[in-house]
Write a protein that binds this ligand. Structure first.
Ligand code: NAD
Length: 454
């Protein structure tokens, strides 16, 4: 089938390449001319495992093409996916203006009956809004279908090609049948496809992200209680995760969630609940806890070094909001860097993929190292913000030899406290107590965080 995907970001580009892999002819449309030029030249604008190879194969086989011209891009398409951004607006709601613009441009340009698929994450009611907006703009039938995307950055290609589920929100039988055809290669190999009304489909995406965000914040609160009472969050997690009703995913304590989805989706769900006079208290708490987590962590550095970090050199491992991506949107590392710079620390950071993004964000205000050991040269402390697997492979004795002071603040509980203690480190992590140094009191953390938030 001929398809078009409008918006070639993390979701659109992956979806387009994977749909081409399934055998469809796919044209990618984006208003960012520089991005399209680079894609045509074979340069992939984001890091996502397996994507580079997939795009090269599909473009050389002629199934995947790129354009800035929407009318040209959708000319032969039976189905047009919209995968543009829906960033957070000033009041916390999702800004759907790019979705509305793309949808009306598609309706105006359509030369035949077209199925418009909303793959962007949009508040409940957006499909209905898009339907009302597009109907008068085209003499052809423009059906609007919800098809929220559940892929995870870092494993997006695998997630798209082996989805836990595919959700279709539509009350239009013809459009639903076409969507079943689009995904037939996946359902034939066992993927579950759920058809429902569009409001339920829209809400299912927010519900999934909010559930995961709540789990993370819940476990971070348990970690904070562990610190207060001298319990070990790893042990607590082991016992909790063994319960088959709970399972082990998304129970790691640390610096909290970031990225372009959880923070904004948690807030958008609160906002559109409030529009119907429903106060979603649980999400407000999850968001608060998440905002507090990096500040508590900075409090640990303060309790060790004092309020000013002047003349302190801090090595930072991990910039991306999670491993296996170069995306730094709402990354806890950004909050940590801001907190370190405001206290006059010098920051020397390393990330396997996000160096370029960090240079764009921070310019000369931080130094970027070429590898993890390079970042540690002369450091007064290491702060670990993202759990890239390569960090676990660095030899602690080599680390120690390069650092001015053997102090580690592990924001993702990557290292074994006993091993770090054995190598002579003062080791702070999340919810596991402190090794080789007196435990900082909860009051001091709270006081430090309060000072920072003021
Ligand atoms: P992104 O910011 O990486 O990409 C958006 C792209 O859309 C950009 O390339 C931009 O130039 C393009 N664009 C904007 N307006 C356009 C227009 N009118 N015409 C053509 N192109 C246009 O965004 P993303 O991370 O891919 O997210 C896209 C949507 O998918 C969002 O709603 C997001 O919430 C949702 N989502 C994201 C993820 C994720 O992991 N990133 C996962 C699931 C769902």
């Amino acid at each position: 089938m001929k398809l078009a995907v409008v918006g070639t970001g993390y979701v659109g580009l992956v979806a387009a390449a994977c749909l081409a892999e399934l055998g469809h002819g796919v044209t990618c449309v984006d208003c960012d001319a520089a991005k399209i030029r680079r894609l045509r030249d074979g340069m992939i604008p984001i890091y996502e495992p397996g994507l580079d190879q997939l795009i090269h194969t599909q473009t050389s086989d002629g199934r995947l093409t790129f354009t800035t011209d929407l009318a040209e891009g959708i000319r032969h398409a039976t189905v047009v996916f919209i995968a543009v951004g829906t960033p957070q607006d000033e009041d916390g709601s999702a800004d759907i203006s790019a979705v509305l613009t793309a949808a009306s441009d598609i309706a105006v340009a359509a030369r035949h009956d077209t199925v418009v698929v909303l793959k962007s994450t949009v508040p409940v009611g957006t499909n209905a809004k898009v339907h009302a907006l597009t109907r008068p703009l085209s003499p052809h039938a423009v059906s609007v279908v919800s098809n929220p995307e559940f892929l995870k950055q870092g494993s997006a290609v695998t997630d798209f090609l082996r989805p836990d589920r595919i959700v279709i929100g539509s009350d239009d039988e013809r459009a639903t049948a076409i969507m079943r055809d689009v995904y037939a290669p996946l359902t034939a190999s066992g993927a579950r496809l759920f058809v429902m009304d569009s409001a339920s489909a829209e809400l299912s995406k927010y519900a999934a992200n909010a559930m995961l965000a709540v789990r993370i914040s819940f476990m971070n609160e348990i970690a904070n209680v562990c610190e207060a009472w001298g319990a070990d969050v790893d042990e607590v997690r082991r016992a909790v995760a063994a319960d088959s009703r709970i399972g082990s995913a998304f129970l790691a304590a640390g610096l909290g969630y970031g990225g372009s989805c959880f923070p904004k989706d948690v807030r958008a769900l609160q906002r559109f609940s409030a529009e119907k006079d429903y106060d979603f208290k649980l999400l407000r708490a999850a968001d608060d806890v998440n905002g507090q987590q990096p500040q508590r962590f900075l409090g640990k550095l303060e309790s060790h070094f004092g309020r000013s970090f002047e003349n302190r050199q801090i090595a930072l491992w991990g910039l991306a909001f999670k491993p296996d991506t170069d995306d730094m949107r709402e990354a806890p590392a950004v909050t940590l860097i801001d907190g370190l710079l405001v206290r006059d620390a010098r920051v020397r950071a390393y990330d396997p993929q996000a160096a370029q993004v960090a240079r764009r964000l921070f310019g000369e205000r931080i130094a970027i190292a070429g590898d993890p050991l390079d970042a540690l040269m002369g450091a007064d402390a290491l702060v670990l913000a993202t759990e890239w697997s390569e960090f676990q492979r660095v030899d602690p004795s080599q680390m120690r030899a390069l650092m001015r002071q053997p102090v580690v603040f592990d924001g993702r509980n990557v290292f074994d406290p006993a091993v770090m203690e054995h190598h002579g480190f003062v080791y702070f992590s999340v919810g596991r107590g402190v090794r080789s140094a007196p435990a900082p009191s909860v009051e001091r953390f709270a006081a430090a965080s309060h000072g920072l938030n003021a």
